[in-house]
Design a protein around this ligand. Structure first.
Ligand code: ZN
Length: 390
């Protein structure tokens, strides 16, 4: 009989001591006790008599402690290809996820649902989870009808563990397959049912392009069905001013919106609103912070088209843009730290119903991001209690 390999853990318990904790709520200076991948206790001062137990104390005085970021839109096995096979973007590496302060993510396919497959997406998600970053996926790609594993969005969500919804379905984009209102209602209903029956979010991630229709189809869906706003996750809503203004109105009516943090100087010159500024303007418009999330679009292609839709150039989205956008929101846009933490950690975890994610609280996973207080630079990152960067 073969012996199962035992993982030897040097640090059975860790105490992260004296950091200023945002759970996302501002909690002040706390000690955090971590064991078995979980947060066991959060208190003013934790002292343990560890007879026979190895306890490691980490001095985090002068640091900020936040729940690790949750990136809900990542092309984990690459994306793109709009310029032919040579323009397919590469799959994500663990090191770049860590750079972004990210401890959980949701993988998506994207433009190409032919040479990028659900099998590949699920395998990559499982690999990243084994490496320490819990990763879920959405079934389907830009196209309608979505290409799924079982032939049904509902069945994929119910039967396949890492599948928590469908998308990114493209709307208002020349690369979309232009589903009708009825088709979209059917898709969202299928995802909702799958979510209800499996205790998952059953969320539909909607890619919005530069097309003149903007969010029209989503407004019509809400008007013409009994489906709630919470089922829809429109993303890239900061890509131009018209779409952003539509997103503000959509949110005022109760909708949830996602801003993409990966960008280029040229995109901003052409009218994209940086995610940090978009958050600031949303909050100033009176939108509750719970309705706003950020995601990176990492490893997706950022293609540049001319007016005729000809491809002019292409770069790749980056995980590190999430931490950069957080820094920009807090340091340049004066967004309160607590609200920024919600936007990047707690809200996406809640929206995608990711179990035990997005909070520094006993019982939650020990996904802990430590930043220096002044410049908000990455100091260290723990994912389920394992040190990923220090
Ligand atoms: Zn997209």
């Amino acid at each position: 009989m073969s012996k199962r390999p035992q993982e030897i853990k040097m640090d059975q318990l860790i105490i992260i001591s004296g950091a200023e904790v945002y759970s996302p709520e501002k909690c002040g200076k706390k000690d955090i006790l971590v064991g078995g991948g979980k947060i066991l206790a959060v208190d003013d001062e934790i002292r343990l008599n560890g007879d026979g137990v190895y306890i490691k104390r980490i001095d985090a005085d002068g640091l900020l402690c936040l729940p690790g970021f949750v990136d809900s839109h990542v092309h984990i096995c690459g994306g793109g290809g709009e310029g032919g096979f040579a323009s397919r973007t590469p799959e994500i590496q663990l090191s770049s996820i860590i750079e972004g302060g990210i401890t959980s993510q949701v993988g998506v396919l994207g433009t190409d649902g032919t040479t990028r497959t659900m099998s590949n997406l699920i395998a990559k998600a499982r690999g990243l989870t084994e490496e320490g970053i819990d990763t879920w996926v959405l079934t389907g790609s830009y196209q309608f009808p979505p290409r799924t594993v079982t032939g049904s969005v509902t069945d994929d969500i119910i039967l396949i563990q890492p599948v928590v919804g469908t998308g990114e379905i493209a709307l208002s984009d020349h690369r979309s397959s232009h589903p009708s209102l009825e088709e979209l209602i059917r898709l969202v209903s299928d995802a909702r049912l799958g979510g209800m029956l499996s205790g998952k979010a059953g969320i539909v991630d909607i890619h919005l392009g530069d097309g003149s229709d903007g969010m029209k189809l989503l407004r019509e869906l809400i008007e013409n069905s009994d489906l709630p706003y919470s089922q829809l996750q429109p993303t890239h809503t900061n890509r131009n001013l018209q779409l952003f203004e539509e997103a503000v109105e959509y949110a005022k009516n109760g909708g949830y919106v996602d801003f993409t943090t990966s960008t280029t100087a040229l995109f901003i010159e052409e009218g994209e609103i940086p995610a940090a500024e978009a958050l600031k303007r949303m909050l100033e418009s009176g939108i509750p912070v719970e309705q706003v999330t950020f995601s990176t679009d990492a490893q997706g292609s950022l293609p540049q088209f001319d007016k005729e839709g000809n491809l002019m150039g292409l770069t790749t989205g980056k995980s590190s843009s999430l931490l950069e956008a957080f820094r920009e929101a807090v340091l340049d846009m004066d967004v309160p730290l607590e609200e920024a933490v919600r936007t990047l950690s707690t809200n996406p975890a809640d929206r995608f119903l990711l179990p035990s994610k997005g909070r520094i609280e006993p019982g939650f996973d020990a996904d802990i991001l430590l930043l220096d207080k002044d410049k908000l630079q990455l100091h260290s990152l723990y994912a389920k209690g394992e040190c990923m960067a220090a």
